[in-house]
Design a protein. Sequence first.
Length: 266
Amino acid sequence: MASARLRWKLLRDMEGWLDLPMVVLSLVWLAIVVVELVSGTSALLETVGTVIWIIFILEFALRLWLAPDKSAYLKSSWLTVIALLVPALRIFRALRVVRAVRALRGLRLVRIVGTANRSMNALRSSLERRGFGYVVGLTLLVVGLGAAGMLNLEGARETGGGFTSYWDALWWTGMMVTTMSNEYWPQTSEGRVLTFLLSLYSLGVLGYVTATLASFFVGRDAEEKNGPIAGNAEMKALLKEVRMLRDEVRASAPPAGPARPVPSAG
């Protein structure tokens, strides 16, 4: 028990030390993935990406070594494990199975989802309050990465009639996240999976955004003196008047006289 508590303490301390550096590296990794999906890779991007990938592996290995229950930690981090394994397949590009078009698209989809997961965790740890600003930043991240993924999976060269530029894919992804209709529907299985994930995200975040906007406008109405909704100031004034009325009633009440003796029964 003492060893487990010590490991948990070391794990929390390590997370505090590595929080900011890993957030920066995650955002750089996100930018590299987006550029590679949109414009293709280069020697510089591959070098920088490989260095960051190795750092991610070392950080995950250190977390796994410190975790008291390693099996539970692996189960909770299975998506991170897959995302760390996918870049290693670049070494085996000569293999026919990796060079297959469908296999390549599947690996790209896994990389997109893994990158989104790491970027979301980085954004969550960098913002102390998970408020409306966090949701806005998260939505921009999802739309930007999702557009790059859709261009890569559903580009004109892939399907013969898909997206021709990143801006077209960005517009389409933005319309999808806002649940508006689109004229184009994905042709590949991987593009359909990514579209389904974007739709799930839009359904999850739409309720929060609607509730936040409704709360904002209700608050604005409550601040108006002639508004239809009583605000905090009006409620405080009403409570003050009730307290003053109660004090006046107590002050005007006649003092209680001496208690009369109760006559005996006999």
